[in-house]
Design a protein. Structure first.
Length: 114
């Protein structure tokens, strides 16, 4: 749980430096995005367990590229810079992978998953 909290805080800190707000944008406009990121990090344990059960790797560069590209393609809809969106989603994915890797390492050391 501490790892998830620390990773969430790290991601939020990174995100706060990614976006420059214009007169039309208010920080509250990002609240749904921040909530979605937070929710994604809270299910990292479920994703890690799925990968434990399936034997799939945490790293999936083609899927990561697909997610980042789709987010960048929608950036203009939200008046966001595609490069900022790329950095944000890359950070979000990396944070989630860190949580997954930490959990998988714990489970391997214990010889079992929950």
């Amino acid at each position: 749980m501490r790892l998830i909290l620390a990773t969430s805080l790290l991601t939020m800190t990174f995100m706060s430096t990614c976006f420059a707000f214009t007169a039309e944008q208010k920080p509250s406009a990002l609240e749904p995005l921040l909530q979605a990121i937070s929710e994604r990090l809270t299910i990292a344990d479920q994703v890690a367990l799925s990968k434990w059960d399936s034997g799939k790797a945490v790293e999936d560069p083609p899927r990561e590229l697909q997610v980042i590209s789709a987010a960048q393609a929608r950036a203009a809809e939200f008046k966001l810079n595609p490069d900022d969106v790329q950095r944000l989603f890359r950070a979000k994915i990396e944070a989630n992978k860190q949580v997954q890797n930490a959990l998988l390492a714990q489970w391997h050391a214990a010889g079992k998953a929950p």
